[in-house]
Structure formats: structure tokens, C-alpha cells
Design a protein around this ligand. Structure first.
Ligand code: GUN
Ligand code: ZN
Length: 489
């Protein structure tokens, strides 16, 4: 079967893709609003007005309730929900993780999902929570794997089949589970049991889990982050290569009077103003929204507007090639997200494999930027530069530089680079005039490496007044360091 997923654009680990389903093509990254078959604050049809292209619902809830089950079997899932676009169905695994058991087998729920015409079918995987013993994680993974195999045998046709990846908080197990799923060849790969990590703001571990799963999957495969619905972490997850999210948050938060923003969640009861440009927040004052008879529906609408606006922004950033700048901004909204950002860049070596060679101007947004994949790539290329004779390293043009055989630019966090590349990505980077210690350290380290690779040249380094770092002493052993002021005299 030809692949149902086509990648159109890329930035860092993120991509814009097209996923073909029997009920239409979905552009990713996107969020699937969760539809509760029992209660609907906003109807499936109306979801399109917010930007939803695909919805997700729970086949187990439908299966369990006689009235819903009969209607779904008679009219199909699309008839039941009165929606003619793509629909994904979960299997009851989430209920399994909450209540400990479900009254259905893998085969039964798969056949039911198939029969009611789901576009993306999910088997009954076991969502093993974080921090369990490795014995339990392995045992449960074995059951999940047996069920995935059973599912693949059962579902082979137009409908897409998802192969969830479990493995708790063990990266090796996650990677192994991903390799197993990859070999069975699913159309979508959900990463499971990450909800407890997100609820506890354990973003660094979430990054490790996503990276481990991604390493075992094909880079061409679409990945769904199960239960991720808060827009503040979409950019981070997309940069790691997640393509699909699902959100019950818009409705659950609305019920609890919580107002979603890309910087975190606010309580409507505490808001004096509505800091948002969506139609709801433009029409109502905070007080009017609080006291509106349909407050829950209005709040859910705002939550959806904000959620899809973030998706559009992320897609635009991927097109422009500045997704990482957005990730860095978003991850400053909460210290735990900042932990996530730091962990993301611990995977820079891996990210660098996917990151396009040229993109829009690199913006240095803070000390974490010093660990971006682009810096690693430059570091690897240092060996290509051959230097001999008198070499001058300076941040900007100085008098008398014509007397030097080589003139090198110096820009933290990159370090010394050939001047011909000044206008070329990533050396055309926008950086602060005064580098932070991380940027300067990285730059000095790279410069030292370049000098060590070319020991026959003779080096002069023009040092800006703002440059203060212990590595300057190391540099002084290999280069003549002249303060800019002294040079100008
Ligand atoms: N919803 C949230 N997490 C999970 C998971 O791990 N598996 C399934 N099937 N659904 C989920
Ligand atoms: Zn709003």
C-alpha cells in the first residue's frame, strides 16, 4: 500500500504533511478535538469553523451504550456524529488506564471500529504509566505488541490503523516498541501514556520519551501525541516530530472555568480583561463572559480558537524556517517547559539530521540557543577550513585588516568563521551585541578548535570590551589577544 502520509515542508524535527484518509486529506500538524458521543458543547460540524480538519472520538463509549452502539452500527460513525470529514476512534485504552479494566477485547473493539467506518482505528493498547518497574513495563508492552500484531492482521484496507507506542519512562523500551511497531507498518503511530507526564509538567521526560520513540520510527511516518491538547507545548512537540494532537482540554477546561492561552491557563474568575483577539474575547468583556448563560460554550470556543491559531502559527514558522525561535519563546512561559527546551537541545545531534541546511535568519533568543542544532553542524564543519599565515579574528571590520592573509569574522555562539560566509545562513544570525556566557563559551571553544586544527597559522584576536569568559585565558595561549580599544589607538 502506498504511504498515506506525504511531507511537504520541514524545520528542525517538525514538518507540514498531508495525511490521506477515506474521508479526506488532513494537513498536519493539527489537533483533533475530542468529541464525547454523550455530551457535545460544540457540534462536530461546527468544529470546522475553528479550523478542525479531523475529529477523534471514543469507540468504547459508543460500544458500551446500547443506544449509541445500535445507531452507529446502523448509520455508521459519520452518521452518528453527523460529520462527513475524517474521524479517528480511540479504543477504550484510556478507560483501561483510569479504571483498570474494560469490558471488551482487542478483537471486539477493532471489529467494531472497522464496522462503524472509523477512518483511523486504534487497538486496545495498554497505557503503562510513568515510573513503573521495568518488569511491569516490559510485560505490558508484550501484551500491547501481541495486540498490535492481531490488529494489523485484522485491519488491512482503506481504513487507517494506528500502532500505539508504549514503554513507560524507559527510553530503550520506547525505542524498541517503536521499532516493533514500525516493522508491522502502521499508517499512524500514537505515542501513548504521556498524559501523566504532561499533567505533572514533566516536560523534560516527555521530550526524552518522544525522542526515543521517534528514533525507532521511520522519519517519514506520522506521529500522534496521545492526549496532548494544551497549545503551550505544541511547538515543542512539533519540533520533535509530532504531527497530530488531540484535545479534550478545550471542553474540560471550559467546564472548570479555565481560559487557555499559549502561555498557560488562566482562571476566568480572576480575569479583569480578556487578552485574546478571537471573536469571543473581542465581543465580550471578562465580566460578561463570566456571567453569560452559555459561558461554558463560549469559553470552549475561545479555547478552540486559541488552539488552532497556535497550529497555524506553527505551520507558518515551519514554512519560514524559524520554528525553533517559536519553541524558545513558548518554553519561557513556564520553568518546567524551559526544562523541556533544554532537554530538546540535548538531542541536537539527532535533530541536526533533519534540520534543513538553510533557512531564515537564526535569531539568538537566550542561552539555550547556544545549543541549537545549527551550532553543532558548524562545529562539525570546522575541519574543512584550512588556514595558513597571519590570521585576524574580529567581530567587525577594523583598520589594517588588509595586511592579514586571512580575516575571520567572530560571532557568538558560532565562533570564528570565514568572512566570505558573513551573509550566508547561519552566520547572518541576529545576535545580541553583548553575548551571554553560554554563547561566548561556545564561540571560544569553536575558535580554539579551529586554531588547534590549523596550528601553523599565526592568530590575532580582537577582543570586545564586553567579552568576559575564563576561556579567553586559554585562547591567549594560542593567539595574540588585543582589546579593541588598544587596536584603535
Ligand atoms: N489516550 C491517552 N493516552 C492513551 C494511550 O496511551 N492509549 C490510547 N489508546 N489512548 C490514549
Ligand atoms: Zn479568545
Amino acid at each position: 500500500m502506498p504511504s498515506r502520509f506525504e511531507i511537504l515542508d520541514k524545520d528542525a524535527g517538525g514538518r507540514i504533511g498531508k495525511l490521506k484518509t477515506p474521508h479526506g486529506v488532513v494537513e498536519t500538524p493539527t489537533v483533533m478535538p475530542v468529541i464525547n458521543p454523550n455530551i457535545q458543547l460544540i457540534s462536530p460540524k461546527e468544529m470546522r469553523n475553528f479550523g478542525a480538519e479531523i475529529l477523534i472520538t471514543n469507540s468504547y463509549i459508543i460500544y458500551r451504550k446500547e443506544e449509541l452502539r445500535a445507531k452507529a452500527l446502523e448509520k455508521g460513525l459519520h452518521g452518528l456524529l453527523d460529520f462527513d470529514g475524517p474521524l479517528m476512534t480511540d479504543s477504550g485504552s484510556f478507560q483501561l488506564s483510569v479504571y483498570g479494566s474494560v469490558e471488551v477485547t482487542n478483537e471486539e473493539i477493532l471489529n467494531f471500529e472497522k464496522e462503524i467506518g472509523s477512518d483511523i482505528i486504534v487497538p486496545l493498547d495498554i497505557p503503562t504509566p510513568p515510573d513503573v518497574s521495568s518488569k511491569r513495563a516490559k510485560e505490558e508492552l508484550e501484551i500491547t505488541e501481541t495486540r498490535l500484531k492481531e490488529a494489523r492482521k485484522l485491519i488491512q484496507g482503506k481504513q487507517l490503523l494506528a500502532g500505539p507506542v508504549q514503554g513507560s519512562t524507559y527510553p530503550e523500551l520506547r525505542e524498541k516498541a517503536a521499532v516493533y511497531a514500525r516493522e508491522l507498518d502502521f499508517e499512524v503511530y500514537p505515542l501513548g501514556a504521556v498524559v501523566p507526564l504532561m499533567e505533572a509538567y514533566r516536560y523534560a521526560e516527555l521530550v526524552d520519551v518522544i525522542a526515543a520513540c521517534k528514533k525507532g520510527l521511520s522519519p517519514k511516518a506520522p506521529v500522534h501525541l496521545f492526549g496532548a491538547g494544551h497549545p503551550m507545548m505544541f511547538a515543542l512537540a512539533v519540533a520533535l516530530g509530532c504531527d497530530l494532537f488531540d484535545s479534550a482540554a478545550y471542553a474540560l477546561y471550559a467546564k472548570a472555568g479555565r481560559y487557555i492561552t499559549v502561555q498557560g491557563t488562566l482562571h476566568l474568575d480572576k480575569l479583569n480583561y480578556l487578552p485574546c483577539a478571537c471573536p469571543i474575547c473581542s465581543k465580550y468583556t471578562a465580566e460578561e463572559l463570566r456571567t453569560a448563560p452559555n459561558r461554558q460554550e463560549l469559553l470552549a470556543s475561545h479555547n478552540l480558537y486559541v488552539t488552532f491559531a497556535e497550529i497555524r502559527l506553527i505551520k507558518q514558522r515551519i514554512k519560514e524556517g524559524n520554528l525553533l525561535e517559536l519553541v524558545e519563546q513558548r518554553c519561557r512561559a513556564h520553568p518546567k517547559l524551559l526544562d523541556g527546551l533544554k532537554r530538546l537541545y540535548e538531542h541536537s545531534e539527532w535533530l541536526e539530521e533533519f534540520d534543513p541546511a538553510t533557512k531564515s535568519t537564526f535569531f539568538y533568543c537566550g542561552p539555550e540557543s547556544a545549543k541549537r542544532p545549527e551550532i553543532l553542524r558548524f562545529e562539525k564543519k570546522l575541519e574543512r577550513f584550512k588556514l595558513k599565515g597571519k590570521s585576524l579574528i574580529r567581530t567587525r571590520a577594523v583598520k589594517g585588516e588588509k595586511e592579514y592573509e586571512n580575516v575571520l569574522g567572530f560571532k557568538p555562539p558560532f565562533g570564528a568563521y570565514p568572512l566570505e560566509m558573513e551573509e550566508v545562513y547561519p552566520f547572518n544570525a541576529e545576535v545580541p551585541k553583548v553575548p551571554d556566557s553560554e554563547a561566548l563559551e561556545r564561540a571560544l571553544k569553536n575558535t580554539l578548535k579551529l586554531i588547534e586544527l590549523n596550528p601553523d597559522a599565526d592568530y590575532t584576536f580582537i577582543c570586545e570590551e564586553d567579552f568576559k569568559h575564563p576561556f579567553l585565558e586559554k585562547l591567549a595561549e594560542k593567539a595574540k589577544i588585543v582589546p579593541r580599544k588598544a587596536w584603535n589607538q
